[in-house]
Ligand binder design. Structure first.
Ligand code: COA
Ligand code: AMP
Length: 648
């Protein structure tokens, strides 16, 4: 057996032995009573009774073990031309002072702190400061509109919010303070304090009694030490899109999270302490939490905070510049970033200006959406390093399936993120609720207990946690993805089984967009679906039916709807296309056939669902989608190779 097979088998046959050994690589104030607390299935807790501090393990431990002079964070902001290198010793001091500023505001263990931050080092410092004192951070992606921020403020009820005077998006300065104030105006919960990082690109006014300047707060603070916390205490809440506009607050604990993430740096990414690891994502997403902040720092690596884009900042050579300048060994990003580079520089001419191999670049990892084979092959051809597709979710916090470079490198099968990672027992369900045979498509599920580091709860919503993930297939976690597993165990992730779409690697809920459209006084009903897009993977398109008697024309109403979604969900939704239709296809019980609409738009074979109330509607929908530039006029419903995507 190779090291992957050994690790995989042991992780399933002896999970307590496997993870208990892995946990020895961290500092514990006191060891756990039990590696796996399985006394309340289907709820499981790892390292029950253990005392740990994530910040101590990610920062102070390295200083004490001689890494104080090593760079911990490299900040690279191409449009402002700014760069900053922060050593582990400096990071410890900055985090200790920031934690002191929180303590001065009365924040203690278990209190929530929201971060609405651009890609600047202070975002990481504030997250680690929370971890230092046991406050629970909740980072909200800067591209979300004030409305989305308000929803999260109401749910998390933070004492303090960290923000900055602005973010830099491509070449545009986006002032954050007005967005933040608008969100607080709309939220029913009011924080006690807003701590704002001043940036030279945008002024801030400290007019509100809530506002406090970050630098002044730090200057006035006293450094505080790490607090021993229960392994099972929450480290953070990260809100992610669910089927409705009500986001899910994924809760991650301290102990299991630190154990699993540190292990992945070796086992999956094959990276050593001291090397430079770059996740080109945003701290507002799970990839940012796990692989910009926690995993590289827990492992003693240098992490890169890049406030730029793959293209346009200033050109499609941006990634190659960062790799060579900062001597990056491993890059992790979303396939859409590579599609953007490929589109602007198909022959990779910009790459020829840089010696990425000479800089020690060894591997590219892609996740966040399905990796199309063309993009992987393009990257393999030009970069001449392994290009690894791996599958994961906000809920899981780290990869469910991957080609674990640190254990054994398997051959690539395009379209598959390879094999389940140790700890993950992945299966496919069939329609009758039993496990599906090899090769058959169906919902992808993972046998409980999930390994350490995956979600332990939805914030204050145990009922929703159970119904969303644990109820449909007793004994298994329902991933929300569908796919199949081949005869060699390779996993293929093909589609979501719910109304979640992935736009440029950003996870969004079509249900949330529908809620916004339905708030317009002229809209009677609507459907939003994600259609294939050559750059962003998917983009949302909407179909609306107007209320009877509406006199205003759709040319007036449609732009209003586009700006409502931008205003309430955010620009990242990239919601720009919608059409008016007379009626929507539904089952006889009234369920809108979104999966079928999506297949028609994407020119994929589809089955006319047996339960449809009037099959003729599909031709009307096809004509409307064709007018929007989707669907082929001659695409007939076709059972060959078709699946009924509305049945999952
Ligand atoms: N704050 C404010 N606005 C933001 C934002 C932020 N943090 N992030 C994105 N936006 C805005 C953008 O300015 C853009 O607005 P526009 O419609 O006015 O142009 C809109 O949201 C869409 O942004 P984005 O999804 O980034 O698309 P893009 O067309 O600007 O760029 C890519 C396309 C592919 C280059 C870009 O999406 C990218 O680099 N993706 C990398 C993938 C990634 O980071 N995924 C995260 C999970 S791994
Ligand atoms: P997020 O929670 O934002 O990380 O999005 C998770 C979703 O993105 C998953 O449920 C999948 O639908 C999709 N996804 C992530 N990685 C992959 C991958 N490698 N292949 C296919 N889909 C993926």
């Amino acid at each position: 057996m190779n090291p992957y097979e050994l690790a995989y088998q042991r992780s399933l046959s002896d999970p307590e032995g496997f993870w208990g050994e892995v946990a020895e690589n961290l500092h514990w104030y006191s060891k756990w009573h039990k590696v796996l607390d399985d006394s309340h299935p289907p709820l499981y807790r790892w390292f029950h009774g253990g005392l740990i501090n994530t910040c101590y393990n990610a920062v102070d431990r390295h200083v004490e073990q001689g890494r104080g002079g090593q760079c911990a964070i490299i900040w690279d902001s191409p449009t402002t031309g700014a760069q900053r290198h922060i050593t582990y010793a400096e990071l410890r001091d900055l985090v200790a002072m920031c934690a002191g500023a929180l303590v001065a505001e009365g924040v203690t263990r278990g209190d929530r702190v929201i971060l609405y931050m651009p890609m600047i080092p202070e975002a990481l410092i504030a997250m680690l400061a929370c971890a230092r004192i046991g406050a629970i951070h909740s980072v909200v992606f800067g591209g979300f509109a004030p409305n989305e921020l308000a929803v999260r403020i109401n749910d998390a009820k933070p004492k303090v919010i960290f923000s900055a005077s602005c973010g830099i998006e491509g070449g545009t300065v986006i002032p954050y303070q007005p967005l933040l104030h608008k969100a607080i105006e709309r939220s029913t919960h009011k924080p006690d304090r807003l701590i704002i990082v001043r940036r030279p690109q945008a002024e801030v006014s400290f007019s509100s009694r809530l506002d406090l300047d970050y630098d002044s707060a730090i200057a006035a603070a006293r450094a505080v030490d790490c607090v021993p916390l229960l392994a099972t205490d929450p480290l953070y809440i990260l809100y992610t899109s669910g089927t409705t506009g009500d986001p899910k607050g994924i809760v991650r604990d301290n102990g299991g999270h630190a154990v699993a993430l540190k292990w992945t740096m070796d086992a999956i990414y094959d990276v050593r302490p001291g090397e430079v690891f770059w996740a080109a994502s945003d701290v507002g997403w799970v990839v940012g939490h796990s692989y910009i902040v926690y995993a590289p720092l827990l492992h003693g690596c240098t992490t890169v905070v890049y406030e730029g884009k793959p293209v346009g900042t200033p050109d499609p050579g941006a990634f190659w510049r960062v790799i060579t300048e900062h001597r990056i060994s491993t890059l992790f990003t979303a396939p859409t970033a590579f599609r953007a580079i490929k589109r602007e520089d198909p022959n990779a001419d910009y790459l020829k200006k840089y010696d990425v191999g000479g800089a020690g670049f060894r591997a590219l990892f892609l996740a966040g959406e399905r990796s199309d084979p063309q993009t992987i092959q393009w990257a393999e051809h030009h970069l001449k390093v392994p290009v690894i597709d791996h599958w994961w979710q906000t809920e899981t916090g780290w990869a469910i399936a991957a080609n674990c470079l640190g254990l054994h490198r398997y051959s690539v099968r395009y379209g598959s993120p390879t094999l389940p990672v140790p700890g993950w027992d992945v299966r496919v369900m069939s329609e009758d609720g039993r496990l599906a045979p090899i090769g058959q498509s169906g919902p992808l599920v993972c046998r409980l207990p999930l390994p350490p580091g995956s979600l332990v709860m939805l914030w204050q919503r145990e009922d929703r946690y159970r119904t969303s993930y644990l109820q449909a297939y007793p004994g298994y976690y329902q991933s929300g993805d569908a796919g199949y597993i081949d005869e060699d165990g390779y996993i293929y992730v093909m589609a979501r089984t719910d109304d979640i779409i992935n736009v440029a690697g950003h996870r969004l809920s079509t249900g949330a967009m529908e809620e916004v459209l339905l708030a317009h006084p002229d809209v009677a009903e609507c459907a939003v679906v994600g259609v294939a897009d050559s750059l962003k993977g998917q983009i949302p398109i909407g179909l609306i039916c107007l209320k009877a008697g509406v006199a205003r024309s759709e040319t007036q109403i449609i732009p209003e709807l586009v700006s409502m979604v931008r205003e309430r969900v955010g620009a990242v939704a990239a919601f720009k296309t919608l059409a008016r239709v007379q009626r929507l296809p539904k089952t006889r019980s009234g369920k809108i056939l979104r999966g079928t609409i999506q297949k028609i738009a994407d020119d994929k074979p589809y089955k006319v669902p047996a339960t449809i109330d009037d099959p003729e509607i599909l031709n009307e929908i096809k004509a409307s989608l064709y007018a929007l530039g989707y669907a082929r006029k001659d695409n007939k419903d076709n059972n060959a190779g078709a699946s009924d995507s509305d049945s999952w």
